[in-house]
Write a protein that binds this ligand. Structure first.
Ligand code: PLP
Length: 195
């Protein structure tokens, strides 16, 4: 247990997370596709390298989001393109020639709106149509406040959405513990990049 082990993380933890995420967030993942990382920021570092290595040039991000994430994506060579924001939150469908999109569907950061059903379907349709990748930052999806719980976007199509979760909000950011559920086609490359 104290050796270097599998770069994806301990198999017991990945199995427990796959089970928990299915029940709590409607995430569809097998333990093989779960990757433990040291924060969503670390997960984005891994994914931005995976995207750049696959030839991606740009990624759409939410207006008023976290600048340090945009810097991190830019450091991997990706151009960040802001998505428009209206009274319903982010309009998540980027132009067709966009390679990926980073979203906070549960509660748009920092505005707090929940991505509505028609927009969820529209962005998944975009990903299916263009081969684009959706990165779902589910930083506080466990909290539903006074609203009905909304499951993760990843459940709509686990082949084109990477789900990212963290213990930073529910427990403490000092833990540096987070997880990703990666589409099967990217799982090996993401594990090798982290390794
Ligand atoms: C939008 C957003 N994503 C993710 C995180 C958590 O990041 P990490 O897991 O790297 O601590 C936060 C924390 O404040 C956040 O505001």
């Amino acid at each position: 247990m104290f050796g270097y082990g599998d770069p994806r993380g301990r198999p017991e933890l990945r199995a427990a997370l796959a089970d928990h995420l299915a029940r709590a967030r409607g995430v569809y993942a097998s333990p093989e596709n779960v990757l433990i990382c040291a924060g969503i920021s670390h997960g984005l570092q891994i994914l931005s390298k995976v995207l750049a290595d696959r030839g991606a040039k740009n990624i759409a991000v939410e207006s008023y989001g976290l600048e340090r994430y945009w810097e991190l994506l830019a450091a991997a060579g990706l151009q960040t393109l802001p998505l428009p924001l209206d009274t319903h939150g982010t309009d998540p469908v980027p132009p067709v020639d966009t390679d990926a999109v980073l979203l906070t569907p549960a509660h748009q950061f920092p505005v707090g709106t929940t991505l509505q059903r028609d927009r969820r379907t529209a962005v998944v349709d975009w990903a299916r149509r263009t081969g684009g990748l959706i990165l779902e930052d589910d930083y506080d999806g466990e909290f539903r406040f006074d609203r009905q719980s909304v499951g993760a976007l990843q459940g709509l199509d686990p082949n084109c959405v990477v789900y990212l979760g963290t213990a930073s909000i529910t427990l403490a950011p000092g833990l540096r513990l987070a997880w990703m559920a990666v589409p099967p086609v990217l799982a090996e490359q993401a594990a090798a990049t982290k390794g």
